[in-house]
Design a protein around this ligand. Sequence first.
Ligand SMILES: [Mn+2]
Length: 246
Amino acid sequence: MTETVYFASDTHFGAMAVSRERARIQRFLNWLQGLEDGSELILLGDIFDFWLDYPTFMPKTHLEILYGFRKLQDRGGQISFVGGNHDIWCANFLREQLDIPTLVGGTVIERQGSKLRLDHGDGILSGDIFYRGFRAAVRNPLLVFLAKSLHPEVLNWLANQISNASRKKGRSYGKALEGAIRRYGEQHDHSDVDYLVIGHIHHPCNESFDSWRLICLGDWVQHHTFGRLRNGELEILKAEDPTGEA
Ligand SMILES: [Mn+2]
């Protein structure tokens, strides 16, 4: 039997105080719990709003989510991780402590007869120049070393300020974003695969180009959307709200 493959990204856990994130966390945990035994889950980045991995310390606020991942693994689930611009640094932790392997952005996988290229998606759309610089910076070993020399609480506070500022600065929405997605698909050829799957832009979409589809997973801040691959068909679905609202 071919197992279903699920995709999720941009949950940005830790962006707000835990008390304000309770509903989001619960919705995600319920969703994880509802996945069939033996499902494959691919995390496409920005699962955590900020997480710099130290040799011995870890952010305690993420424990519940990690436990949710472990429970899925205990039911035969396979999880892998593509780092996002907010959480690339926790890849080691996930690999070492939870056996969640890291996939490099751009990796092509084959499942159920379909080929899928996986990428967090930062720096992909035009006009995303800020992220291109940021993308290089977060992968710079010297900057990571300097960041680690700060006290973790100071660094977390600083990261939160930067993260909030970039959120307020905003990104393109609605028509502008849809235009950018179309332009990207028309100017880039991914016909060697069936799907290019990305997160990052926080906007769910499923767009057809010549012989491939661009799937944007959306997010778990506003949309609570995820990708599901069954019989080689990838679709975007919305996770149920446990409170029965929106
Ligand atoms: Mn991102």
